[in-house]
Design a binder for this molecule. Sequence first.
Ligand SMILES: [Zn+2]
Length: 149
Amino acid sequence: MGLLDQLSRTIAQSVDRARFEAEKFQKTTRLQGEVNELRRQVDSKLNELGQRAYELLRAGQIQSATLAELGAVVDQLRSALVMKEEELKQAQAEVYVEPPAPAPPPPSQSVPIDYGPPASTPAVKQCGVCGFQMPGTAMFCPNCGTRVT
Ligand SMILES: [Zn+2]
């Protein structure tokens, strides 16, 4: 085999390999996308199933210790979420307070701002079981999970 033949054969082989790699990349990328989409759908349906099971559990239509345990964990996480949201709301409502001026001009009229929750609920309440303090809006003790309404 001549040198030129050998060379062109080598070139042809590397072209084939490049094409193979490009097609492989395209194919695996497409399949990965399809796998991800199916995973997303499975997760979404599992989430739906979980919510439905939670509702049935709370309605007393499911008797399962395992599900009841999971349900209790969900309740605790929700209480923790409520607490965090409250904390976030308060942090967002914080305003910069200017330090008092040294000179004594009488303070101008200030607009009162109500930072507290609606008057119907106390700002803070305490868990009757463990004594944990939580916002008045909490329905479950974030510490022990007891219903506090
Ligand atoms: Zn408690």
